[in-house]
Design a protein around this ligand. Structure first.
Ligand SMILES: [Zn+2]
Length: 75
C-alpha cells in the first residue's frame, strides 16, 4: 500500500494518504481519485490524478468526474 506525501490544493498543508490499485479505475491514466482533507481547518475534497504506479501527476481543487474512491488523509 503506497504511502503518498503531498499538499492539499485548498489549504497547502502537508497531507499523507495511502492509495491502492483498487482505489482507481484503471481504464485511463492519469486516473482521478478524491482526497478528503478531513481536518477541522480545511474539510475540503480535491481530485488527485495518479499514473499507473499510483504516483500523483497533478491535482485539481474541485471534485472532477471519473473517480471511484474518496480517500481520507492519514492523521
Ligand atoms: Zn486542505
Amino acid at each position: 500500500m503506497p504511502l503518498r506525501f503531498n499538499t492539499c490544493p485548498h489549504c497547502n498543508q502537508r497531507i499523507v494518504f495511502r492509495i491502492e490499485a483498487k482505489d482507481i479505475n484503471p481504464t485511463r491514466y492519469p486516473a482521478p481519485i478524491y482526497i478528503f482533507h478531513n481536518v477541522q481547518s480545511c474539510g475540503k475534497i480535491s481530485t488527485f490524478y495518479v499514473d499507473s504506479l499510483l504516483r500523483v501527476s497533478y491535482k485539481e481543487l474541485e471534485k472532477k468526474p471519473g473517480g471511484i474512491t474518496t480517500l481520507e488523509i492519514n492523521k
